[in-house]
Design a protein around this ligand. Sequence first.
Ligand SMILES: Nc1nc2c(ncn2[C@@H]2O[C@H](COP(=O)(O)OP(=O)(O)OP(=O)(O)O)[C@@H](O)[C@H]2O)c(=O)[nH]1
Ligand SMILES: [Mg+2]
Length: 459
Amino acid sequence: MVFFWKKSETEKEAEKGKREAIIQLIKEGKKDKAIKILERFKDREELRKLLFDLYLEKGNYDKANRLLEEFGEELASVEERALVYDKVGKNKEAVDLYLRTGKFEHILRAGEILEDKGMDEEALKVYERALNMADVFARSDVEERIDRIRKKLGPEEKKESILDKFRKGLRKTREKVQLGLLFGGRSLDEELFEEMEEMFIKADIGVKMSVKLVEFLRKESLKRKLKTSDQLKDIVKEKLLEILKGCESNIRLGKNPPSVILFLGVNGSGKTTTIGKLAYLYRTKGKRVLLCAADTFRAAAIEQLEVWAERSGADIVKKEEGSDPASVVYEGLEKAKKDNYDIVLVDTAGRLHTKEPLINELRKIKRIIQKLLPEEPSETLLVIDATAGQNAISQAKIFKEAVDVTGIVVTKLDGSAKGGAVIPICNELKVPIKLVGVGEKIEDLQPFNAEFFVSALLD
Ligand SMILES: Nc1nc2c(ncn2[C@@H]2O[C@H](COP(=O)(O)OP(=O)(O)OP(=O)(O)O)[C@@H](O)[C@H]2O)c(=O)[nH]1
Ligand SMILES: [Mg+2]
């Protein structure tokens, strides 16, 4: 027997875009159906909010975010926007909005986001604000957070703020390039624009980008009828921020431990050092961290990782020089599962002169990870040396071809005057920048922050 499913009157009316009928459909619990219909009518203002609300209800934050992007923020309340931006990782916007609602749980969440981004001083201030509002049940939790951050910041000598670290990291670039001088109130003539282009290139922003940027500045200064170069600075900042904001992103860990982070990159780019620093960072957050010495190419590489394990308080799995890297990873993951580690950091070798074997090796490592933990690796991070310029970018492309790179770590920002390299790295590779190395010490690793970066480069 064949059954014909007959559409109800309500449904027929709803499909014509009748608001009352759609609301009736929602009341009847046919929400997926309602979403489908509403998506066809999202141009109609009086229906759009219904769609937005349904997205929120269903936890479909990406779509809610797109709706906001497409039709403007009036669509949602401050609270709703904060939630959406939080869920899709627009951290700064989420924090701003959470702080605006003034509700205790929102302020606490803002603090949490800041702390996750490594902005401890800012997080501390926000937690202190939350403490003033906390009721008796919530106080001890907030106090614990405040204690934890104070400990991290150090009791007497206040540690450098992240902006200070970025500033210190980019000191050489700032001094050599002296962009500040160019923005010092000179008249806007051809000579200035030419000098500016040269400076940008010197800062390793890349020739293509430098030419484009100066061209844009020429046009803007005519359009906005600007007279002196100091008026250009904010425009440059805006433009760089626009580029870099798209690359700002946090490390994502899997839902279920252990989370695996795989590190790739050419010789000397800073993989092992970054692993040591990151292990330390997670250890200070109380995570159980296991390092995996899958760079078996040189005995020294294994020893170097051992030193970092000791410094950071992480454990290590290693085998003798020349063993199969994938087998080290296998043992590491077995141990991580058995002994309940939270995070596994996998070091790999980076010999690029033998491209094919290297790529095959990385693919094999990835296969082994996925065999034991199908949801992993949570991140595959490509480590790039900022001082290597355009070369680093072409090498990065080779790695990108080999495996799915989920994020970039830019190291040695402090090492030379080439801090501007972050900009073409972001612009050309189109992969989120998750971390930056601003020195050789164990605490010299920072989440990438576009605003701090631009400010440290130009102010
Ligand atoms: N100044 C500075 N030096 C760094 C930074 N990160 C790494 N280094 C240095 O760069 C050098 C190479 O770092 P490693 O971590 O050994 O690089 P690797 O990618 O593991 O290299 P291989 O094991 O040879 O493939 C070391 O001397 C590090 O101290 C940084 O952010 N700033
Ligand atoms: Mg190494």
